[in-house]
Design a binder for this molecule. Structure first.
Ligand code: ASC
Length: 151
């Protein structure tokens, strides 16, 4: 069992180090990749949001599963905004400022990831109130990056 866990951990580390250094053959490939990751992240974050807003009944297990996926996905899109992702021709909403202000972009992306982890920590308690307390700041962190960098 311990050996299996070590193998899984090693594979996970490899996966993430590969994705975080991912280079794309064409800017459109990078755009598709980041859009896919952000779409899945937003879908699962949104399912937690629906519970926070009382649009669907609170289900602690579902909230936790959804925020876990959102947190996992939140590691991925940023590779698609690196140098090999500049100049995509497919429809996309990335402002050119992303590539002129990479430090600011990185800072905002890291803030969002940190806020999502706070929602995940809250979800582990099983308390809707705890999730509600963390959810707003996470949504606001998405918005502040969109305001600066999304058309
Ligand atoms: C979401 C989602 C976003 C953010 C943003 C917050 O649920 O899909 O892009 O929250 O709307 O303002």
């Amino acid at each position: 069992m311990k050996k299996l866990l070590l193998i899984v951990a090693a594979l996970a580390t490899t996966t993430f180090s590969v994705t975080s250094h991912a280079q794309f053959a064409k800017p459109d490939d990078a755009a598709k990749y980041r859009q896919g990751a952000l779409t899945v992240m937003a879908a699962h974050f949104g399912r937690v949001g629906a519970m926070v807003q009382g649009k669907v009944p609170f289900d602690a297990k579902a909230a936790q599963e959804n925020i876990d996926i959102a947190v996992a996905m939140s590691k991925l899109p940023w590779a698609g905004f690196g140098p090999s992702g500049e100049g995509a021709t497919l429809k996309n909403a990335a402002k050119p400022e992303i590539w002129k202000e990479q430090a600011k972009f990185k800072d905002l992306s890291e803030k969002s990831q940190a806020e999502l982890i706070k929602v995940q920590t809250a979800a582990k308690t099983g308390s809707l109130d705890a999730i509600k307390a963390a959810f707003g700041a996470a949504g606001a962190s998405c918005k502040s990056c969109h305001d600066a960098f999304r058309i």
